[in-house]
Design a protein around this ligand. Structure first.
Ligand code: NOJ
Length: 767
């Protein structure tokens, strides 16, 4: 979504960037303090049936974020008490104006809850969420969410449609850009961080916004990676892979959940009583409200489980969707369904209560409006820029850094007189750097790689030449010769290649995941000059860059870094900042390997058994795989280089045997430790990853599962012993009886730099 310029008002409050860890269940999930509950009940007691239904209705003044579905009489609807929530109103003037209609013009004076797709920032943009996740730094990501909350709330937007916690194992799916990658454990850690950051210590702090965990559930499993497509997910996979990040968000008090577009095993997620009621409410105790995705209630008709709007409303509402985004179907049908007895009044009251509880918790009744007098606050803006730069630096993943002329090519030396050629269509493209869901960011806020590098070159007496060479998706070679000349006349070449900012995100799936257009051809030609080349890849998904991986000396995965793209990249290229990111998705060698993820099952005919198990050597022929491609990814989950190197001691475990019964009772835990040493000659940050594998259990378990991680900053030669613990939360899984429990068997434990390396310690899990 790209919107018109708006001015961010003064952020008069100081920025409490430290993210609070307090749980918000008391305000959202639980019934809230007795006075709040009494207030909700009192309101409810005075509302007509139609006014209650009005609270379930969410409208957008325009169709910027979904298929056209006109709402023409918004003002009238608001005054009638027929609007509970709105989305896509973005400026203080807009939200205040609409709010005035509701608070002063409607009989019940109930304020509107304004929501928006604040996905990786509001005006200040941080890296896309996939990039943010590569930081493996939930605390930092929580700070970005907090900052975004402050900017958004200053405009009256008190509800963000974030975090997207969909697990994604298919890079063709454009929305992989919006989440935290392929792993449920890591995804859960980020889900918590976002919720805490957005919601803060208390929702009634005017700078807090209520978060929305989306898209419930399984949306990332879209067949063929095609957006909105059907999903087939076994209950075990649903519970073990797709649900955990949502459960983590609910556990930390997320106020709202968005129901997804996809059908799960034939039942649309937005009319799915099993996920929305059985799991979310009965098992997890969620007491916030569920918002449908854009027209998802209407779409249950297209899925084929309702022939008319009334049935669509009935199915979605009874399944557990409380608020209807933009289809207007609840507004026109729920009152009739209550009158006919098909929907019990208690069911309606339950939804209205949940919506009102959030409005009360946010303090909207006391403070429905925000200030419109705006003066940019330099202190806040500077903090935002610093945070955006730091987040971008932490998101970069160094994929290759080969020696060129005796030393690793990166970091570059900033020596006077050095000639740098900057090539590629993304080097100076402000708009693309923002990535998908750029919200209120303006390309004019952006610092591109070219502008930051020019500034650096001028400051340090280096010479910079620039040529885009080609377009992102173009096939014309008209720009090649200028780019080649620049390369030949340079000491070092930096190439900024990749996808356009809008090639990922919603409705942006690709059937191919190569560098688009003729960019690879340009890359091959430039590398052919023999000059040292640093490739900076911008994209919202892993790209299959097998050629580059083999032939380009240095490759840095930059994702879409946000407002501070240029300064973050330049600092990293010259070594003022270190690339400390690690992949949170596997990078395929080719699209044919998709879906590819590290935590897969072993099969009965593995090509290589990762821990050398099994009595026989794998047969060279009758094994799982392809005849024309390896099974392993180009770069595995967890992978990333730094400007230094690290070694790991063998993992030490506190016991050789542990009772699974005691684990289930919470009486036994395993301590795991390993020493990590910086063996290089620069300081650096390592992300140590704890993986497990279980064998001998009632159902097959993945070849590895992430169950812990720690970032550690070490000086050259310094070492640190890192301690982890494994207990019931880490060792239980959904077994053959669909119970979540630890079972007797063998446990293998790695503390390793990524999902493909390390040597495991073995522990026996007894009865
Ligand atoms: C559709 C998208 O799927 C969802 O993520 C977004 O929050 C809504 N539109 C609202 O814009």
């Amino acid at each position: 979504m790209q919107r018109n310029p708006s001015i961010i008002p003064v952020l008069v409050w100081l920025l409490p960037l430290a993210v609070q860890t307090g749980r918000l269940a008391a305000q959202t999930g639980d019934l809230g303090p007795p006075q709040a509950q009494a207030r909700v009940d009192a309101l409810l007691g005075r509302m007509t049936l139609e006014e209650k239904v009005g609270q379930l209705n969410q409208i957008s003044p325009d169709s910027t974020t979904g298929p056209k579905q006109a709402v023409e009489n918004a003002d009238e609807l608001i005054r009638n008490g027929s609007v509970g929530g709105m989305l896509n109103a973005v400026t203080a003037r807009e939200t205040n104006g609409l709010q005035r209609e509701a608070v002063e013009g409607s009989r019940m004076h109930i304020p509107i809850l304004f929501g928006l797709d604040v996905i990786h920032g509001f005006r200040t943009l941080f890296p896309i969420p996939l990039g943010l996740s590569a930081s493996w730094d939930p605390a930092l990501v929580g700070q970005t969410a907090r900052y975004a909350a402050q900017e958004a709330s200053s405009q009256g937007v008190r509800w963000v449609f974030s975090p997207m916690v969909d697990i994604a194992r298919d890079p063709r799916w454009g929305r992989i850009a919006e989440g935290a990658g392929e792993d449920p454990y890591l995804g859960s850690a980020f889900a918590r961080a976002y919720v805490r950051g957005y919601q803060g210590e208390s929702l009634d702090n005017p700078t807090s916004v209520v978060a929305c965990a989306k898209h419930f559930v399984g949306y990332g499993a879209a067949e063929g990676g095609r957006d909105y497509n059907t999903t087939e997910i076994s209950e075990r996979t649903l519970r073990g892979v797709y649900l955990p990040p949502f459960q983590a968000a609910v556990g930390d008090g997320v106020g709202t959940v968005m129901s997804a577009f996809n059908a799960i095993n034939g039942v649309p997620a937005s009319a799915n009583a099993f996920t929305l009621t059985q799991v979310l409410r009965t098992e997890w105790g969620f007491r916030g409200f569920v918002d449908s995705d854009w027209t998802a209630v209407r779409e249950v008709m297209l899925h084929g489980i309702a022939d008319d709007e009334r049935t669509a409303a009935l199915r979605s509402f009874l399944a557990g969707v409380d608020m209807d985004m933009q289809s207007g179907i609840y507004l026109h049908n729920v009152a009739g369904l209550v009158r006919s007895g098909q929907v019990p009044m208690e069911r309606l009251d339950e939804s209205v209560r949940a919506i009102l509880r959030i409005k009360v918790a946010l303090g909207l009744f006391e403070h429905p409006y925000v200030g419109e007098a705006v003066v940019p606050d330099p202190a806040a803006a500077a903090l935002g820029a610093t945070l955006a730069r730091k987040a971008a630096e932490e998101s970069f993943v160094l994929l290759e850094n080969r020696k060129f002329g005796g030393a690793p090519l990166l970091p570059l030396a900033a020596s006077k007189g050095r000639r740098i050629a900057l090539l590629g269509p993304l080097a100076d493209s402000a708009e693309d750097m923002l990535g998908c869901w750029s919200c209120q960011a303006e390309p004019s806020d952006m610092v591109t790689l070219r502008s930051a590098l020019s500034e650096r070159a001028a400051r340090q007496g280096m010479h910079l030449s620039f040529a885009p060479g080609t377009e992102v998706s173009g096939t014309s070679e008209a720009g090649f010769s200028k780019a080649m000349d620049a390369a030949r006349n340079a000491d070092v070449v930096v190439m900024a290649l990749g996808e356009s900012g809008h090639s990922s995100g919603e409705a942006s799936s690709r059937s191919d995941i190569n560098l688009p257009g003729n960019q690879e051809k340009l890359l091959e030609a430039v590398v052919g000059t023999g000059k040292p080349v640093v490739l900076v890849v911008f994209s919202g998904r892993p790209l299959s860059i097998a050629w580059a991986s083999e032939h380009v000396p240095a490759v840095l995965m930059a994702w879409f870094p946000g407002t501070q793209a240029g300064p973050a990249l330049v600092r990293t290229l010259f070594g003022d900042a270190e690339p400390a990111g690690r992949l949170t998705v596997s990078v395929p060698r080719s699209v044919g390997q998709v879906p590819i993820y590290y935590n897969h099952l072993n099969t009965g005919r593995p090509r290589v058994d990762p821990i050398g198990l099994g009595a026989t050597k794998p047969d060279p022929y009758f094994v799982t795989g392809y005849i024309d491609q390896e099974n392993t990814p180009l770069y595995p989950f967890g992978y990333g280089l730094t400007y230094t190197s690290f070694s790991y001691s063998p993992a030490h475990v506190s016991a050789a045997t542990l009772s699974s019964k005691d684990i289930n009772l919470g009486k036994a835990r395993l301590a795991v430790s390993a020493e990590v040493r910086n063996t290089g000659n620069r300081e650096g940050t390592e992300t140590a990853q704890l993986y497990i594998r279980l064998r001998g259990t009632s159902v097959a378990r993945p070849v590895r599962e992430l169950k812990g991680f720690q970032r550690v900053h070490l000086a050259p030669g310094e070492s640190r012993r890192l301690e982890f613990e494994l207990g019931r939360d880490e060792l239980a899984f959904w077994n053959a009886d669909m119970k979540e429990a630890a079972e007797p068997g063998s446990l293998y434990v790695w503390v390793a730099p990524d999902s493909a390396r390390g040597t495991p310690a073995k522990v026996e899990l007894a009865e």
